[in-house]
Design a protein around this ligand. Sequence first.
Ligand code: SAM
Length: 283
Amino acid sequence: MQHRFDQHAQHWDLLGSPLRPCAEDMRLMQSCFDKWHDAYRSVQSPTLLKALLLGVTPEIATQDWGMPVDMTAVDISQAMINAVWPGNTPTRRALRADWLEMPDTQLAMPGTEYAFDMILADGVFVLLDYQTGYAKLARAVQRCLKDDGIFMVRPFLRPSVTEPWENIFEELWGKRIGSFHAFKWRLLMSLQGDDVRRGVAVVKAWEMYHRQVSSHAHLAEVTGWPVEVIATIDAYQNSPAVYAFPSLDELIEIVSPYLLCTSQETGRYELAGRCPMLSFKPR
Ligand SMILES: C[S@@+](CC[C@H](N)C(=O)[O-])C[C@H]1O[C@@H](n2cnc3c(N)ncnc32)[C@H](O)[C@@H]1O
């Protein structure tokens, strides 16, 4: 697991939307935060909000929330922390740990155990297996949140009807796909199909890509995409990773013993419909 994300760190700068949150995603996250905070503030008025970030997503780490926030980020990969984390400050720090086994002593706040006002995440579920990983993460989030806290996450969701992979390549060669990362995500979701429990081994996307595309240079010539961005698919070649893309209903169902979905906001960028900003409260 650790090694896998060490490689992710090496090509982080080449990743873009929808794999990383864009400005529109951050506006949606801010708007969910504002709505929650306006309601929350009237009940209780902490001067410094305690936030937990799952991963080290710099767009979230550097967001100006319009009020003081103390942030702890948790990521399993030291290489990702070194490469991507914008640096520790008196009110922002990154810890190396597994989300599913969070270190009690480091996360606990003085006087209270596990009391975060908000937990923030980008992607995250996709990396876990649907059967047990999703539920374990939901439980960990529930444990770490205050009763009136909020969990905001931008998951990656499959479409309700699976796209045939042939159509995706047709659109690719027809230059109707806006970015290599959108293509890669669509291909992975298509190869998974509607069985989220099985997920999709990322190496399958690599194999399919290389059966259909003669070289990165050729695709770069046709699409105008930078060849080094296209080459990010080679990270899948020897990867044991299996991604799991649920539908919205499947996500809500698996986390439902622990978390209740309270809002859903959708942007307008390419594949935004598959990456909504969701808010949850603990049950
Ligand atoms: C937050 S997610 C997604 C971020 C971004 N949207 C992307 O797709 O790369 C990726 C991060 O999660 C971390 N990660 C994956 N599984 C983890 C786990 N079980 N515990 C803690 N960190 C984990 C990885 O090291 C990586 O930095």
